[in-house]
Write a protein that binds this ligand. Structure first.
Ligand code: MRU
Length: 367
């Protein structure tokens, strides 16, 4: 995707030195576009934990490069296993992190230490390329959903409600749910996006709104609790979100608040679609509510908020009453029964085991 006409991805190897890894510091967006240089696995772990990089597919790709950085210094078997285990603990909910590290381990265990670092860069590069192509295809497979809405209301805006950030900065490029939006917009469909602000970290108000603005997509930021009201008044044609983990029975973990949007969507007959790459599937888990670990983040993210003052300073201020405690579960699980369908790089399917196995028959044998 482009920032002011210049094409970027969300992670890349520095072309000047050929080994360090570049990312955008997403904690500084939308106020400052700052590119960070990561040179070792500790910086990578910090970037993932502190959410300088975030979004399920992106943290997988960045962790893969983290392993490559570590193997430049020490390519022993022990280093490979220890660094993969350390990076795997940086965030618990998005399965893409484990998917990427497992793929790296499978590729690198058979390689002799002398060749491991080079093989790791190649494997991380493949993960990144896979994500780009996968996300492009998700957009293509989601496009007919929006074309069908356009056909029903010619000349009128297609109102899409989305939660959190599922755009190109949450992946290596294109995005998941927002890939559908971008491709529809580029195809000339009159899309308009209701952007949930997505407290506590405001990925919607800060990141999704920034991305959509840069791409020229009409959008409006709304408070997280506005979605139900908008649906009751016919202002939402479709809810389109991403996910951090989809289980075998089609349960969907995503940013906290997604479940409430799904409930409101069902009550109002609004279709609720979830876009995901194959790396987000966890076919070993069935009941998402019981089995998906939900990240509990620092309560200060709820008690405080960060924004820009009228004279351009970025400040964090407390919004809760002094002395009050906070709690910060960062994700929730939407049961499959509330999900109209899934959009993947292989096509669309029901949020069910049968639906998923129809598109991914290779998982039929997995428990
Ligand atoms: O905590 P975050 O910002 O990493 O959460 C991201 C989301 O919840 C996205 O919706 C999800 O990763 C799927 S789309 C890439």
């Amino acid at each position: 995707m482009k920032i002011d006409g210049v094409p970027y991805r969300s992670v890349w190897v520095d072309p000047e030195d050929g080994w360090s890894v570049r990312i955008f510091d997403q904690t500084r967006l939308p106020w400052t576009v700052e590119i960070l240089r990561l040179t070792d696995e500790k910086q990578v772990a910090h970037a993932i934990r502190s959410m300088q990089v975030r979004g399920a597919p992106l943290i997988g790709a960045v962790a893969a490069y983290g392993l490559a950085l570590a193997l430049r210094r020490d390519a022993s078997d022990a280093a490979l296993e220890n660094v993969a285990a350390m990076l795997g603990k940086t965030r618990p909910t998005a399965i893409n992190l484990r998917w990427a590290l497992d793929r790296m381990l499978r590729a690198l265990r058979p390689v002799q230490a002398e060749g491991r670092a080079a093989a790791a860069y190649a494997a991380a590069g493949e993960i990144a390329e896979d994500d780009v192509e996968t996300c492009r295809r998700i957009g293509q497979h989601g496009l007919p959903l929006l074309q069908a809405i356009a056909a029903r209301k010619p000349g009128k805006p297609i109102n899409i409600l989305t939660h959190c950030n599922t755009g190109w900065i949450a992946t290596v490029d294109y995005g998941t749910a927002l890939s559908v939006v971008y491709q529809a917009h580029d195809a000339g469909l009159p899309v308009h996006v209701w952007v949930d602000e997505t407290r506590p970290r405001n990925q919607g108000a800060a990141l999704t709104a920034w991305e959509l603005g840069k791409h020229g997509v009409p959008h409006t930021v709304v408070a997280d609790n506005a979605g139900g009201h908008l649906m009751q008044h016919g202002e939402v044609d479709i809810v389109l979100v991403g996910t951090d983990r989809v289980t075998r029975q089609g349960d969907v973990a995503n940013k906290i608040g997604t479940y409430l949007k799904a409930l409101a969507a069902q009550d109002n007959g609004v279709p609720f679609w979830v876009a995901l790459p194959h790396s987000t599937l966890d076919m070993m888990v069935r009941d998402g509510v019981k089995e998906i670990p939900i990240e509990e983040r620092d309560a200060r993210e709820v008690l405080e908020t960060t924004g820009q003052t009228w004279d351009g300073r970025v400040e964090t201020v407390r919004v809760a009453a002094p002395g009050s405690a906070g709690a910060n579960p960062a994700f929730d699980v939407t049961p499959a029964r509330l999900v109209t369908g899934l959009v993947t790089e292989r096509g669309r399917c029901d949020a069910s085991e049968a639906g998923l196995l129809g598109l991914y028959p290779e998982f039929a044998a997995a428990a």
